[in-house]
Ligand binder design. Sequence first.
Ligand code: ADP
Ligand code: MG
Length: 703
Amino acid sequence: MSELPLNAIFAPRSVAIVGASRDPASLSAGVVRNLLSAGFRGPIYPVNPSARHVLSVPAWASIEALPEVPDLAVVLVPAALVLPAVHACGRAGVGAVAVLTAGFAEVPGGADLQRALVEVAAAHSMRLVGPNCLGVLSTAEDVRLNATFAPTMPPPGNVAFMTQSGALGVAILDTAAALGLGISEFASVGNKADVSGNDLIERWEHDPRTKVILLYLESFGNPRRFAQIARRVSRSKPIVAMKAGRTASGARAAASHTAAMADTDRTIQAVLDHTGVIRVSTVEELFETASLLATQPLPASNRVAIVSNAGGPGVLATDACASRGLELARLSPETTRRLRSALPSEASVTNPVDMIAAADSDTIGACLDAVLADPEVDAVLTLYVPPITADTEAVARAVVRAATCATSKPVAACFMGAHGVPAARHALERGGVPAYAFPEAGARALAHAATHARWRHESEHDGPPKRAPSRIASRPAVSVTQAADGWLDPVPLAALLRRFEVPLVTERVVSYVTEAVKAAAAIEGPVVLKVLAEGVVHKSDRGGVLLDLDGANAVADGFTTLKSRFGDAFRGAIVQPFVRGEVEIIVGGVNDPRAGPLVMFGLGGVAAEVLDDTALQPAPLSEEAAERLIDRSRAAHLLAGHRGRPPCDRAAVRTLLQDVGALLTAHPEVRELDLNPVLVQPDGEGLMVVDARACIQRGRPPR
Ligand code: ADP
Ligand code: MG
């Protein structure tokens, strides 16, 4: 085997079980039993000072007493004894340890013990899996390692699996075995004190046996590093992630579990979308998706043909495909002709193709060949409900043959009912065609594959992300004195925005009525007055924005009104030209302390929060990424010109998104930026930011 990272863990030549108990019902004896029954290719060494043997295997009094230095030590001693045990492993020169024992950072007061454990392992240059985990497993023929206490060994295959939850790992290994989903390697990482999901992804990137990577995550240790690695690996191997904690209460539960951190879900989603990681929300969906990706090629695009022998399921499948963004392929005339000649006249030869109940294996094979040969078709979902007379297994074999011949298009099968179906599903699985119990499951898996394929295409064809030239980016955003209570004052904010070419409306800060009138007179056309007042963030909510003021009297009255309305809190006002725009949008962003810079886009104005129509994209942004960000919000429809309104300057919006991305990237100390609203003009006339806010994180130096 080539030297992959973490080989001492996944391809050890010998394994010690430190803390192996004589009690056959104990977890440690379970590990010994699993190592034996999986047929591990090297020697195993139970270590127990007071046992002569564990499950008929001779036991050793200590690590030092072993006849050779093991590559891997599985540690199961009680928490209080873990440190000395790992220390002994280190002194003996063990390559890596997997600490299955619980009672570390996941329990109150256990963090110190975990830190000490990491230090001991690091001092001896040993990699550490866990603590508080289920162990590791490899199905490689020359390794056959089951160093877990899970009851089932899955069949060998090309899916690598990492889980943060040990209990879920047990369930997943069971399910994989039941579904016949082959596993290459498995790791339960527990508290991820050393070996993390990122380390595993990097190993599996280079592991020739692994084609698909599955992750069950409760937290991201380092989301930015994850994003970097996942984005690279996703180009060659799909990564499917189930991230627990989607809902608010789920997030709280996850936060108190396995030392997890609460992540805001939208941020996580934006990062995952950007990295091409396929996110699923249930364990079922994880398996459905994995079994398609493990066996079938990715579709070139999203046009699906549905071939069924029953009308009802065909309609269900059609709906399921449409609701997941798959398109029903328009079959070419040549395909229609071929189908017509293969099928009786009652059959329907348009997509969804209904072959009618009596279709036999030859007919089904011929129909699948026809649609798979059609250049208008990227993927096929075939549904079969066996009538009482059917040879269901023969139909399954026909599906397998057709799918095997079409090497560049994925085929998913759904055999419904009971008559001969279990055997047929088995034949499909053996033949490498994913078999689903219901059409929705097949549609969902195909949709994930199509989305992933589109991401790959995009990530290969996108231009470079836009960054500010270094002479601009390297200047500090702001000196600390310019930001009162975290919010940046208007004048330095305007300077910062202009530096990044953000078109902010010309504005003057005024303190007296005469000043206000003078500033307004210098502006052509009507003006706007906005209050500057202590503690007022949303000005218009408090009657602090006066629009469309025409003439000196209106301005003077307006200023006086604001002054009396805000009393002691009043600090002055801003005078701006009154700008007309076609559409109000919001452009903003955050520098998430963990996920990094993200740009936000959506419908804007004072109702932005209520409409809640915003999308996020990690920065910096390429032109193409900015275009996609626009399309993810309903604001895109308004920008296109709606109900007789002219189309808006979309190119200017795209540039603004890229510039904001460049600003956030260059200035991590800008924690939040809010341009709301941005008034977008008709095509070719640009846009104008009329309200801006930025929150500065004190003491956070630029990267
Ligand atoms: P806030 O968000 O603090 O309530 P804004 O400055 O965003 O205050 O103003 C509220 C609304 O007033 C904006 O959503 C926009 O519709 C309108 N508005 C603000 N400034 C201008 C301007 N210069 N020209 C035209 N309309 C404006
Ligand atoms: Mg505003």
